[in-house]
Design a protein around this ligand. Structure first.
Ligand code: SF4
Ligand code: SF4
Length: 165
């Protein structure tokens, strides 16, 4: 009984020494820090980061390239995209309403893949937490704001290629 107690105490000291050794080997000014001070320092997202679908704005027209065809809404497995066409001018196809309920989005990317005008692109935002479910329904304005400026076609192709790799 006594021998076992002594053995347990000895093991405790060995465990502490092992733990301290790991701490000391990682505690060096020469080792680069792996801790990111989020949210003060935002992480560098990889080039092919695939965020939620957004509608970037074409700087030439000030609009997104959406023609309200509804292909994204039809393919979405979660049925969370609502598209309604603006019928005021038959020659100018644009959405009167475009909404995505991102609370159920599974980031599958199918909506972006089928978009004929390639206007639905993955956003680079990840701070989507909120306290209200209704705030997770993003309308056209919000999706355009999150999308930023429409990248040049060649950079979109390069991005898609990288995502496929
Ligand atoms: S990424 Fe997938 S789940 Fe999300 S909106 Fe697009 S199709 Fe729907
Ligand atoms: S598939 Fe593209 S063009 Fe068609 S409604 Fe969706 S975002 Fe607009």
């Amino acid at each position: 009984m006594k021998a076992r107690l002594i053995k347990d105490i000895a093991n405790s000291f060995v465990s502490i020494a092992k733990g301290m050794w790991v701490t000391v080997t990682h505690w060096s000014v020469l080792r680069p820090s792996v801790t990111e001070l989020y949210p003060e320092d935002l992480p560098d997202l990889p080039e092919n980061y695939r965020g939620l679908p957004t509608l970037p704005v074409d700087p030439d027209t000030g609009r997104s390239g959406c023609i309200a065809c509804g292909a994204c809404a039809r393919i979405c497995p979660e049925h969370i995209i609502t598209v309604e066409m603006d019928k005021s001018d038959p020659k100018d196809k644009k959405p009167a309403k475009f909404e995505i309920n991102i609370s159920r989005c599974m980031w599958c990317g199918l909506c972006m893949e089928v978009c004929p005008t390639k206007c639905l692109l993955p956003g680079r935002t990840f701070e989507l937490a909120c306290y209200d479910r209704d705030a997770m329904v993003y309308d056209l304005e919000k999706l355009m704001e999150l999308g930023g400026e429409l990248p040049k076609p060649e950079s979109v192709d390069a991005k898609n290629k990288k995502t496929e790799e």
